[in-house]
Design a protein around this ligand. Sequence first.
Ligand code: HEM
Length: 394
Amino acid sequence: MIDRDTALGGAPLTLLQQDPYPLYDRLRAAGRVIWSDQQGWWMITGHAEALAVLKDSRMSVERTRAEGFDRGMERQPRRSMLVLDPPDHTRLRNLVQKAFTPRVIESLRGRIVSFVHDALDRAEQRGGLDLIEDLAYPLPVTVIAELLGVPSGDHEVFKAWSAAIAGSLDPVERDLAPVVAARQELRTYLAGIIAERRHHPQDDLITRLVEAEEQGDRLDAEELLQMCTLLLIAGHETTVNLIGNGVNALLDHPDQLARLRHDPTLLPTAIEELLRFDSPVQMTVRVVTEPIELGGQSLRPAQMTLVMLGAANHDPDAFPSPGTLDLSRTPNHHLSFGRGIHFCLGAPLARLEAQLAIGTLVRRFPHLDRSSAAQRRPTINLRGFSSLPISTAP
Ligand code: HEM
């Protein structure tokens, strides 16, 4: 864990929140695989090395396999696919994969379009919007809530729980009591919905998962609960940052914003570049399970590696002029959705939501400008804004 005052490479936390990329460049110049004595883990800063770690079956997502793992920190054993290795990971992922096929995601297009237009109609009347509060946050929340079958009207209730749990994904020391409380309240809330679906099945994902649980040993009750939690949190805390960071980058680069406005066919490559340029998820963790040679270093079993996706996405060996925002960049093998068997399940959904939100915003409003200062969220892993006020009037 990193202490609050100094973070990766000794940089102050506030600097990492504002602009971590110069620090990443300095770390990468020091090494693409660096041991941090202070933190007691490897930092993976190069693209090729990060990719190798993510694709290596000798790298585990199970933190319990790390030396010094404190079991007291976790009340319930973690049973979500994000933190499980095969074969449990494979079984759980196969169960929900069907809910995220391109056909299912495409069927959500109409709903997303109407949500975006409603939000932008209100913005037009008011001459502006807070991009985060009025569009980037409620859009993915509403979509995942509807897909799961969680009343979307309740989203104000679980906003605080979700934010507390997401904050705990930061590799920074913080008070765990609110996180434990939030997890418990969200569990109770979801358990109530699951119990209700057992008696009154609906046409939603929670009902389909309940049926899978009742059919036998494919999913136990704890896994069912943690699956719902994972999807709900993922739907709350990631796409918001893609839309927010993406629009922020466009406002910082008016030439690229103008390009996109004049050529909407750029939208798919533009979204990939926005994902690379300021990634919503900056890092993930793997535990070494067998001796591994990487980047000229010898990694030992039970050591932790911090895979720095944001640093890998700015590695000049993988991306020419990585600090330049180029909406037509191809190829663009960014690692913002991870890679390997844990590659983001929600990537097609996130891409569609971002394309429709950012594409429609740019198309409808020829004048987009900041109306007051944006506020960054206090997290360094899930990187984004809590507020991004924009004026849409000329
Ligand atoms: C721009 C938005 C998103 C970003 C940047 C993102 C990023 C990521 C990353 C980096 C991983 C891999 C973590 C690792 O390897 O340790 C991941 C996994 C995952 N994501 Fe996303 N995500 C996004 C949106 C979503 C959405 C909307 C959902 C679902 C509603 C979702 C569900 C998941 C799930 C279930 C996993 C675990 C997959 C597995 O372990 O096999 N994500 N995501």
